[in-house]
Write a protein that binds this ligand. Structure first.
Ligand code: ITT
Length: 193
């Protein structure tokens, strides 16, 4: 007999990010529920460490199977800034501030990265997904959230914000991390998801 199927709780402060994650999980056939929770975040240069710490903290409150993803935008011309500080930078200088910092930038290359921490006792693991592309010179589109209006993934001409959630989820950093997690857990713990 294998383990019982679990419902995964997607824990975040960001409703739009959470709804996107729930859609990704549902498209992979995983039962998911959004839990909006103020998370305590540590400062670290590693998204993986931040995500795992947030997941452990959330577990102490929730005591249910959960995932937490910590994501960041790493801009080549800015030596990887804002990276792990993306949330703070978004709240302070925002999309406009990033575009200003990038005036005259030579490559405009950037990568979005997601570190996804899952806790389903006794399982505790972190998966990483990355999508690279370019930063536009103007914000475009009304979909998505955060830095979506200024990021065009490789092979596309539209920004994430000009795509539907389903389209973003076909190519996004977050979707890649979730897919890796689901494949790995299903392989190791048959029947769990
Ligand atoms: P939680 O930590 O509560 O989950 P958050 O919005 O702070 O919510 P992150 O730390 O993962 O989430 O994100 C850091 C910043 O990067 C934040 O300002 C987001 O809006 C932005 N961001 C994350 N994922 C993104 C995505 O897929 N597209 C655009 N911006 C994104």
């Amino acid at each position: 007999m294998g383990p019982a199927k679990v419902k995964l709780h997607v824990v975040t402060n960001n409703a739009k990010k959470g709804e996107e994650a729930v859609k990704i999980l549902e498209s992979l056939g995983v039962e998911a529920e959004l839990v909006l929770l103020e998370k305590k975040e540590i400062q670290s240069e590693k998204l993986e460490e931040i995500a795992l710490h947030s997941a452990r903290t959330a577990y102490l409150t929730l005591r249910k199977p959960l995932v937490v993803d910590d994501s960041g935008l790493f801009i080549e011309d800015l030596n990887g800034f804002p990276g792990p500080y993306s949330s703070y930078v978004y709240k302070t200088i925002g999309v406009k501030g990033i575009l200003k910092l990038m005036e005259g930038a030579p490559t405009r290359k950037a990568c979005f990265k997601t570190a996804l921490a899952v806790i389903i006792p006794p399982i505790e693991k972190v998966y990483v997904g990355e999508t690279c592309g370019t930063i536009t010179t103007e914000p475009r589109g009304t979909g998505g959230f955060g830095f979506d209006p200024i990021f065009v993934p490789e092979g596309e001409i539209r920004t994430y914000a000009e795509m539907s959630t389903e389209e973003k989820n076909k190519v996004s950093h977050r979707a890649k991390a979730y897919k890796l997690m689901v494949e790995d857990l299903r392989k190791t713990w048959r029947g769990i998801l």
